[in-house]
Write a protein that binds this ligand. Structure first.
Ligand SMILES: Cc1ncc(COP(=O)(O)O)c(C=O)c1O
Length: 391
């Protein structure tokens, strides 16, 4: 049988655009001399007590299937850690553990969406939201965030986007790719908007512990039934490769998620769940130290941007900064490809995060400081060179 006689693959999956960050990652892998500022991955090792707990977990027999929503002991620990972190009370039955925030986020969309439903997604946003909505044959509807507002949403701009098919509002604070941390009133107003239109809220809070100034505000307390919060150990504990995250939702949603996890993943690996327990119960100085280090790098990058007259705003959380490259006259993807080729610096094109990123690139602060500074200098110089060539 030849390929042409085979039945077509699923349209929604075939037509789903690939991540625009991947293109750069694939090119930079193997370029030994390049400075990598394109990926959102902590450059710290996982703290040793966490790795040791996984080792002990494997040795002591945590090598079998667990409950599909996660070991009860882990979910109890998560519930305690939520109470410590932001005073929120949840039961283990409201928690679903999955293979990173990515996987549980996709499971949430499977649980909530019918084909043709619409989901309000920030623009710019982490690309995976739109991808997961699309493979459900639902439609991502971008709502624009403006650099003029410090990338904080303006609730009044959302009203015009609501249709009878709108089902979910996605919010993300602290935000990837902008680093914005929303004020309490904004979070409250977003949830009130969702309530007015009877929408679910998927609140991505995976960077909740990476806040440099002020405070992060969870959306959950404003409407615990309607709001689903997404969390991850990846960024907080430098555990991206361990693949563990979780969502907290009302019990009805959580029961559906528990069923869905069975055919999707069965469960997260036992030793990884034990590592997560150690991360949440162990010493938290590692989190503080990493956060301090990101803050220091953020300050250094802001300084370089100021020196080059390229400063626009200061990100208050996560570990990213968006840089305006409009003076170069190049669309962000072309700019990112050219910067890599000519200056050996990899950044994520803003267009990978949505239309409003077309004149921006994202710089990740999760890189060793001297390389980061050198990379941002080369980036600014390249914008200057291109602007000079156009003048
Ligand atoms: C905004 C946001 N949410 C969720 C995730 C999921 O991370 P993970 O799947 O590693 O838990 C990421 C990772 O980059 C992210 O940036």
């Amino acid at each position: 049988m030849t390929a042409s006689t085979l039945k077509p693959l699923a349209r929604a999956s075939v037509e789903m655009p690939a991540s625009g960050i991947r293109e750069i990652v694939n090119l930079v892998i193997g370029m030994k001399d390049a400075i990598r500022l394109e990926v959102g991955e902590p450059n710290f090792a996982t703290p040793p007590h966490i790795t040791e707990a996984a080792h002990q977990g494997a040795l002591s027999g945590h090598t079998t299937y667990t409950q599909s929503s996660g070991m009860l002991s882990l979910r109890e620990i998560i519930a305690e850690s939520m109470e410590r972190l932001n005073g929120r009370r949840v039961t283990p039955g409201q928690i679903t553990v999955g293979v990173g925030g990515v996987q549980v986020m996709s499971a949430v969309f499977l649980a909530l969406l019918e084909p043709g439903d619409e989901v309000l997604i920030p623009d710019p946003a982490w690309p995976n939201f739109g991808m997961a909505v699309r493979f459900r044959e639902a439609a991502p509807v971008p709502y624009r965030l403006s650099i003029r507002d410090g990338f904080v949403p303006r609730v009044e701009t959302l009203e015009a986007l609501v249709t009878p098919r709108t089902k979910v509002l996605v919010i993300n604070t602290p935000c990837n790719p902008t680093g914005a941390v929303f004020p309490r009133e904004t979070v409250e107003a977003l949830v009130a908007f969702a309530r007015r239109h009877n929408l679910y809220v998927l609140s991505d809070e995976v960077y909740e512990q990476l806040v440099f100034e002020g405070q992060y505000h969870s959306a959950a307390p404003f409407d615990p039934e309607r709001v689903i919060t997404l969390h991850s150990l990846s960024k907080t504990y430098a555990m991206t490769g361990w693949r563990i995250g979780f969502v907290i939702a009302n019990e009805e949603i959580s029961n559906v998620l528990m069923k869905l996890q069975e055919p999707l993943i069965s469960c997260v690996a036992g030793p990884v769940q034990k590592a997560a327990e150690a991360a949440l119960t162990g010493p938290q100085d590692c989190v503080r130290e990493m956060r301090d280090s990101y803050r220091e790098r953020r300050d250094a990058v802001v300084e370089v941007l100021k020196q080059h007259d390229a400063y626009l705003y200061t990100p208050n959380g996560a570990f990213y900064v968006m840089v305006d490259i409009s003076r170069s006259g190049m669309p962000s993807r072309n700019f990112a490809l050219a910067l890599l080729r000519h200056k050996r610096v990899a950044v994520a094109p803003g267009s990978a995060f949505g239309q409003s990123g077309k004149d921006l690139v994202r710089v990740s602060l999760a890189t060793e400081k001297s390389k980061l500074i050198e990379g941002v200098k080369r980036l600014c110089e390249y914008v200057d060179e291109r602007a000079g060539a156009r003048a």
